[in-house]
Design a protein around this ligand. Sequence first.
Ligand SMILES: Cc1ncc(COP(=O)(O)O)c(C=O)c1O
Length: 437
Amino acid sequence: MRYPTNDLENFWLPFTANKEFKRDPRLVVEGKGLYYTSHEGHEIIDAVSGLFCSPAGQSRTEIADAVHEQMLELSYIPSFQHGHPAAFELARQVSRLTPGTLDYVFFANSGSEAVETALKIALLYHRARGEGQRMRLVGRERGYHGVNFAGFSVGGMVRNREMYGLGVPGVVHLRHTWLEENRFSRGQPENGAELANDLQRFCDLHGGETIAACIVEPVAGSIGCYVPPKGYLERLREICDEHGILLIFDEVITGFGRMGTAFAGQRFGVEPDIMTMAKALTNGAIPMGAVAASDKVYKAITEASPEKGIEFYHGYTYTAHPAACAAGIAAISLYERENLFDRAAEMEAFFLDQVFALQDISVVTDIRGIGMLAAVDMAAQDGTPGLRGTQAVKDLYAAGVFTKVTGDSILIAPPFVSERKDIERMIGTIRDVISKY
Ligand SMILES: Cc1ncc(COP(=O)(O)O)c(C=O)c1O
């Protein structure tokens, strides 16, 4: 073991019960391909790609080498009024993968920052076109758009919102899309397209011309894989078009092959006006987020500004950081060389067969899945939501499988380099653990 574990006091862990964790820590000291090694020397298979970040597996040499080389050549230059070649190259590579005209790429450092950036772009777009009265934002119950102020405001996870005041004003939420009658639906559920009409109701109530943007995750990830009902995203698109509202897809989890296509928009045949991404953009190796804006959005903003005027008063010290750009270019080239998006598409049926076979376990109350993303809901223990889930985090880790648990829902999102035997091992271990509940 390279690092002593006798002083855990100073690191304040996010989304973690710090006091309890520090009494009984789970430290990971190595990651190679599909496996992590714990500080106690145990092997743990990665069933959630880190945190939906690493479709190509851990510690890939190609990415490490590219970052190393970049760091020796140019370790930092701001993107304000300057640039460096890797930033333009990564934007070009990303725009090759994005659907339709979503070709203009703004870099941030995380999914949360990408969301803030996307929402600001939406407001700016309307102002640039003389419609500055469009200030309302539409989010969705149970949505997750990161932890910053606008992101949690349009998000709909109560624990992430309730302690932090009022958030940004003028936000309304669509109803979430989980329906009792859709339990155990594989892929897109049959029922629920009409839930998209909530957006029409907001237009009727507030005036469509006051709404700037509607942001949704095409498949809600963090809450536990809510797959859009058939026709739902199409209906959102239709209402947005009717009322001049921008549609934003938050593809922080679904981007880069998770649905078997580069982005979820391509899988569902619905094109947003703005799209966010992060996580797998660099295979999780270096923090980075990005926003892709359509031709229409980019040009409206840039053309409304005088020739020498700054068009967008926004950006980060580390926008397009050279290390992140090098990691992004190397990751995309790795995905293409190893055909990882196609491998995800080919593995989907086997993966979902395995996951849906868990429905015979008595504690399992629902399973949802599409692409290489699935969630298994467990009944609350003693009527207290989250209790069983908290226990499951520890039990699954101790049994040698790494997952994410939200509430009482286990999320599974294997790296695309997984073989059938690896998926059997992941799901088999989950079965062993939750069968005992
Ligand atoms: C859809 C979505 N948006 C935004 C975020 C926030 O990303 P980050 O944690 O990188 O800030 C996440 C994180 O899981 C996410 O799933």
